[in-house]
Design a protein around this ligand. Sequence first.
Ligand code: 5GP
Ligand code: MG
Length: 178
Amino acid sequence: MKEVITIRDKQFELFIEQEIIEQGIKRIAGRINSDLKGKDPIFLAVLNGAFMFAGELMKEVSIPSEITFVRLASYHGTSTTNRVQEVLGLNESIEGRSVVIVEDIVDSGNTMVALKKELEKYHPREVKVATLLFKPAALRQKLPIDYVALEIPNDFIVGYGLDYDGYGRNLKDIYKVK
Ligand code: 5GP
Ligand code: MG
């Protein structure tokens, strides 16, 4: 594995190795297996960024469950601060279900707050959040995050599903901008 890589105009340095990432994922999968046992949860993985995390997480989930993949289209509501997230590709009914959002990263928390609000319209039993990465210093919302695989400082990172300008999602380790 290379210590420093270049993606388009930026250099990135190795930050979190695959083994550490996967330990974090195993840890939260264990908690999900006990917390949601008997609840028949449906996982909602947010594309594109969560694809690799979702794959690894689901290999460690051992309780009966479903997974589906959604995409968010954000547009601005009538006021500029009122960001709306339209959920595309949700064909399954989540009414009365335990839903686990599977997200790549929670930064300001704006996306997650908007998504949870949108999902409440379908009357799920509960909505939990599982994120691969969390930047506590960047959080601007009051948001309970149920499952965090890794907490990181406020740096821009790529790899393990996360991109810079569309590239780097395939990296099996996480890199941070130099
Ligand atoms: P929010 O600020 O709403 O919590 O996060 C919005 C989105 O910003 C995330 O879903 C993710 O797509 C993107 N994002 C935030 N921090 C990073 C980062 O360090 N690297 C990458 N690649 N995307 C990020
Ligand atoms: Mg995202």
